[in-house]
Design a protein around this ligand. Structure first.
Ligand SMILES: [Zn+2]
Length: 72
């Protein structure tokens, strides 16, 4: 056992330990395309909010790093 092992996540509010207590919920607000505006990452036991994730952040467009040859 070393001191550098990765500890499981722990809720700072209610001290629940474990990834299974970290859940995400979509916002009630929806865009016109019925997509949630953001997701809330929170503790399943007490509701402590860790973070919010906007849809913008996890749908980054992938830009190819090469140029396709033009058809001639
Ligand atoms: Zn909690």
């Amino acid at each position: 056992m070393t001191e550098r092992q990765i500890a499981p996540p722990k809720c700072p509010s209610c001290a629940q330990i474990g990834l299974e207590y970290i859940v995400s919920s979509p916002s009630k607000e929806r865009s016109r395309a019925k997509q949630p505006w953001f997701y809330v990452v929170h503790c399943a036991a007490c509701g402590h909010v860790y973070n919010t994730i906007s849809k913008h952040n996890f749908s980054q467009p992938v830009t190819p790093n090469f140029v396709l040859p033009k058809p001639s």
